[in-house]
Design a protein around this ligand. Structure first.
Ligand code: CMP
Length: 140
């Protein structure tokens, strides 16, 4: 196992319902350290750039509208196998398919308003972390 970093986003449906603290507790209880974090409101341009890989998908426009509908909390999580571990803690993309006790099962509302985003590979994590954070903002 290796210590990794992954990019996490607590989405607008979760910040709107005041779930940031409860979601962060899930990460910390699972052994992931929050080594960077900021609450921001994405612009349309930032959302479209961040989700560029999905630009040809039917849900792209709605996804960008949703992600700019309220504050998000962007964060870097660090720990052993953090990328896969975070995806286990979040659960499946669609809350209907997520396992019990996962973030998306317990807090997610729909496949779009699914409370959390996490990088899906080391390559994606590297891109997504520098998308939001400079090196001095990440304190391990
Ligand atoms: P996320 O991990 O943020 O990455 C892309 C997002 O697109 C995904 O979580 C979902 O919230 C959202 N999305 C909306 N509709 C779909 C869909 N039909 N299939 C996959 N992802 C979707």
């Amino acid at each position: 196992m290796a210590v990794e970093r992954t990019l996490s986003i607590i989405k607008p449906d979760a910040t709107r319902r005041g779930l940031t603290g409860r979601i962060n507790a899930r990460f910390e209880e699972a052994g992931l350290r929050i080594v960077a974090q900021k609450r921001i409101k994405l612009t349309r341009e930032i959302a479209e750039n961040f989700y560029e890989v999905h630009k040809d998908r039917s849900f792209f426009e709605d996804l960008c509208t949703f992600m700019t509908s309220g504050p998000v909390v962007v964060q870097v999580l660090e720990g052993e196998d953090a990328i896969v571990r975070n995806r286990e803690i979040m659960g499946a993309t669609n809350p209907v398919n997520a396992e019990e006790k996962t973030i998306r099962k317990e807090f997610g509302e729909t496949v779009e308003a699914n409370s959390a985003h996490g990088s899906d590979s080391p390559e994606t994590a590297a891109r997504e972390i520098v998308f939001f954070f400079s090196e001095v903002e990440i304190v391990g």
